[in-house]
Each structure stands twice: as structure tokens, then as C-alpha cells.
Design a protein around this ligand. Structure first.
Ligand code: PEP
Length: 251
């Protein structure tokens, strides 16, 4: 099953308006015509509109880093799916480990956000991954299996096919520590086996699974060559246009 690679940049809580504009312009210049790989950038909410204007007409799509599941109302500090749609957002990251560890994200809220995003026509990037302690305790399959099943509970096949999963071992995020190709491929194959049990083999084979965790130009080629790695969710290296391009088109 040929799955088109998908590279998304998660800018996290970085970039002023000017910095975001400059980064987006740099990306459009060097990567804005690439079509054999799907590309998205996920700037902070405050920069979505400006970045969206700059990438408009290029092959780069706009993503957000989180969303709230409620449609509107008294949820101070939150942003709805419709608000994201209204500024041109296509993808939304859901369940990032920083959300899970700092802001009480649970499998249940990931599921609610994923359902709300799909209902609004957004394409979720659902993040899963184990901590170092969990991996050392031999709990990778228990934890990641629970996260995948929890995220997709009650979501029909037709909607699941619109989702990307990002496998992001927590111990590799922003640490410079990267999963070995073997560790990454094993985890991705395990996630695909969970998708077979939740859905079916055809669905599991169609869904893209990105790797995330200190992916950089110098390790991207080996990771992206793996049969079950369908792209990357990139943090630190997405903040420099040249590094991001080096991941999209590793030499
Ligand atoms: C991320 O936060 O999604 C991530 C993968 O970060 P980094 O590439 O910096 O490890």
C-alpha cells in the first residue's frame, strides 16, 4: 500500500508575528512547489492568519496545534474547530505529549477533540507515545495501544481514514535522543496492528503514521525509508526553513 509521505512542522510556542512571516516566506520559497510529499506547518494560533496568507497558493497547508471540542461559549482561552476553519486551517494536532503532560489531556479529551475536528472538516494529527519510564517498564504496547484505541473510540472507518497518527516517543521529543529506525518501525507496526483490530487491514494500511521526536535532516533519511514510517511531525527542526526542507527532501 503506497502512502504519500506527510511532513508537518509543529512550531509550538515559538515565533512572533514577524518571525512567523519570515519563516513562512522562507518555506514557500524553498518548499512551496513540492507535491510528492504532503507538507503542513502548525504555527501558534496568533500567527495562523498571517502564515495562511503567505502559504496560500503554495502546496503547504496550514495546521493548528490544538483545538477545543466544544462549538462555542464560556471556555476562556480556548479555540473551536469552526474558528480554525474560518482562518483556513486544514490540519489540527491533537493529544501532543506536551498537552497530555502539562494540560491534563487524556485519552477521553483526545477522542472528543478528534470527533469535533472531523465533524468540522478538519484533518486530525493524533499524537501517541510512551514515556521513558513506560518503555523501560515494558509498557509500550499497553500505553500506546490504549492511546490509539481511546483516540479512535466510536470513530467510523470513513473518518479514521482522514486522520494521521503521529508516534512520538516522549523521551525523544526535544531531547536530541532519537528512536532507532528499528524502535520506530516496531512501534509503527504495532500501531498498525492496533488499527487492524479496531478497524480492518485495508483501513490500517491506508492510514499514515508519522514519526516525531528529534527528527532532523541528518536522521530523516533513515527514518523515512522505513516501510511503516509515513512522514514526520517535526518540532525544533521546523523552525528553520533549511532544516525543514532537509527533512522533506533528505539527500
Ligand atoms: C514534537 O514536539 O512534535 C517534536 C517532534 O519535537 P522535536 O522534533 O523538537 O523533538
Amino acid at each position: 500500500m503506497a502512502r504519500k509521505k506527510f511532513i508537518a512542522g509543529n512550531w509550538k510556542m515559538n515565533t512572533s508575528l514577524d518571525e512567523a512571516r519570515a519563516l513562512a516566506k522562507g518555506l514557500v520559497d524553498i518548499a512551496g512547489k513540492i507535491t510528492d510529499v504532503d507538507i503542513a506547518v502548525c504555527p501558534p494560533y496568533t500567527n495562523l492568519l498571517a502564515v495562511g496568507e503567505i502559504i496560500k497558493g503554495s502546496s503547504i497547508k496550514l495546521g493548528a496545534q490544538d483545538v477545543h471540542w466544544e462549538a462555542k461559549g464560556a471556555y476562556t482561552g480556548k479555540i473551536s474547530c469552526a474558528m480554525l476553519k474560518s482562518v483556513g486551517v486544514t490540519y489540527v494536532i491533537i493529544g501532543h505529549s506536551e498537552q497530555r503532560s502539562y494540560f491534563n489531556e487524556t485519552d477521553e479529551t483526545v477522542n472528543k477533540k478528534t470527533k469535533a475536528a472531523l465533524a468540522a472538516g478538519l484533518l486530525p494529527i493524533v499524537c501517541v507515545g510512551e514515556t521513558l519510564a513506560e518503555r523501560k517498564a515494558g509498557k509500550l504496547t499497553e500505553v500506546v495501544g490504549r492511546q490509539v484505541k481511546g483516540a479512535f473510540a466510536g470513530i467510523p472507518v470513513s473518518d479514521a481514514l482522514k486522520c494521521t497518527i503521529a508516534y512520538e516517543p516522549v523521551w525523544a521529543i526535544g531531547t536530541g535522543e532519537v528512536a532507532t529506525p528499528q524502535q520506530a518501525n516496531e512501534a509503527h507496526q504495532f500501531i498498525r496492528s492496533v488499527l487492524v483490530s479496531v478497524y480492518d487491514k485495508t483501513t490500517a494500511d491506508s492510514m499514515r503514521i508519522q514519526y516525531g521526536g528529534s527528527m532532523k535532516p541528518d536522521n530523516a533519511k533513515d527514518l523515512l525509508a522505513l516501510s511503516d514510517v509515513d512522514g514526520g511531525l517535526i518540532g525544533g527542526a521546523a523552525l528553520k526553513a533549511g532544516d525543514f526542507l532537509g527533512i522533506i527532501k533528505p539527500v
